[in-house]
Design a protein around this ligand. Structure first.
Ligand code: GTP
Ligand code: MG
Length: 265
């Protein structure tokens, strides 16, 4: 079946992006849709929202998870955006949980939530998980017995901050600037792979609902940045062939993914 036909039939691929303020959510979505523009925003009734009205409500700390964000450059995606729920954000947490529960039960595939991208930034001095993040992975069960579960993928955003740190460490170990620059990515990736974040996420008793997988995202603020790992991980986690094809159809520019998942339907 032709991808445009699939899109017409079941519409668009719906992703929920969660992450604390400044985690790099919007920047990542722009990269995914290959644009510098801001998304158009629609309320749950499908009416377009005036960005200045939205700005004012955001300044008041309101963040409407029901709103649908669509980038003109790639209308194959519908995004929902949540700033997470830091200490004390009980009602925000309940709202997100209710949204996921409802959207995962939608009978029509086009209304259903297809994936959750949970952004955890790596540019902060203290890289432990926040209370909000721990709460999500210990209390939010995104599986739904009667339908497919909604896969959660953790995105370690601003991963370049770890490269910078590794560079500093290598320099203090006596490496030249050139050597340190060359070795920094591998050094950062190895330290991270054996570090406390992944151990906690996948092996801590506190984490009852670990993510399906994770991806590292770096330099998303640069136009030539590569978000292929996010696309690959997402395609891999979708267990429904129709959905997988829909996702692939949003990736017209990503030839590698299109070829890998080009299945005869
Ligand atoms: N170094 C680096 N900076 C990044 C990266 N991604 C985003 N940033 C920067 O991080 C800042 C915040 O990015 P946003 O995309 O606005 O973050 P957000 O999560 O949407 O923030 P809110 O909408 O306020 O919740 C911006 O200054 C970006 O340029 C990255 O991969 N590396
Ligand atoms: Mg944002």
């Amino acid at each position: 079946m032709d991808p445009s036909e699939i899109r017409q039939r079941i519409d668009r691929f719906r992703a929920l992006v969660i992450g604390r303020a400044n985690a790099g959510k919007t920047t990542m979505l722009r990269r995914v849709c290959n644009t510098r523009e801001n998304p158009d925003i629609y309320n749950s009734a499908g009416e377009k929202i005036d960005p200045t009205v939205l700005m004012a409500s955001r300044e008041r700390g309101e963040h409407e998870i029901e709103n649908e964000l669509v980038f003109r450059n790639n209308p194959g995606f519908i995004f929902h955006d949540s700033r997470g729920f830091e200490a004390g954000g009980e009602s925000e947490f309940d709202m997100v949980k209710a949204f996921i529960a409802r959207r995962s039960k939608e009978t029509r595939l086009k209304d259903r939530l297809h994936v959750i991208w949970y952004c955890i930034p790596m540019d902060q001095a203290c890289r432990s998980f926040t209370q909000g993040e721990i709460k999500f992975f210990s209390q939010c069960d995104t599986s739904n017995k009667s339908q497919s579960s909604v896969p959660v993928i953790v995105l370690f955003t601003k991963f370049d901050a770890l490269y910078d740190e590794a560079y500093g460490q290598l320099r203090s170990m006596g490496k030249s600037m050139e050597e340190a620059e060359e070795l920094a990515p591998k050094h950062a990736e190895e330290s991270f792979a054996n570090g406390p974040q992944l151990r906690f996420l996948y092996h801590s008793e506190k984490i009852r609902h670990p993510p399906k997988c994770h991806a590292d995202l770096l330099d998303m603020d640069r136009e030539d940045a590569d978000c292929g790992s996010l696309m690959e991980r997402t395609a891999e986690t979708l267990d429904n062939e129709v959905l997988k094809q829909l996702f692939v159809s949003t990736q017209q520019t990503n030839l590698e993914i299109c070829m890998k998942y080009a299945v005869q339907m």
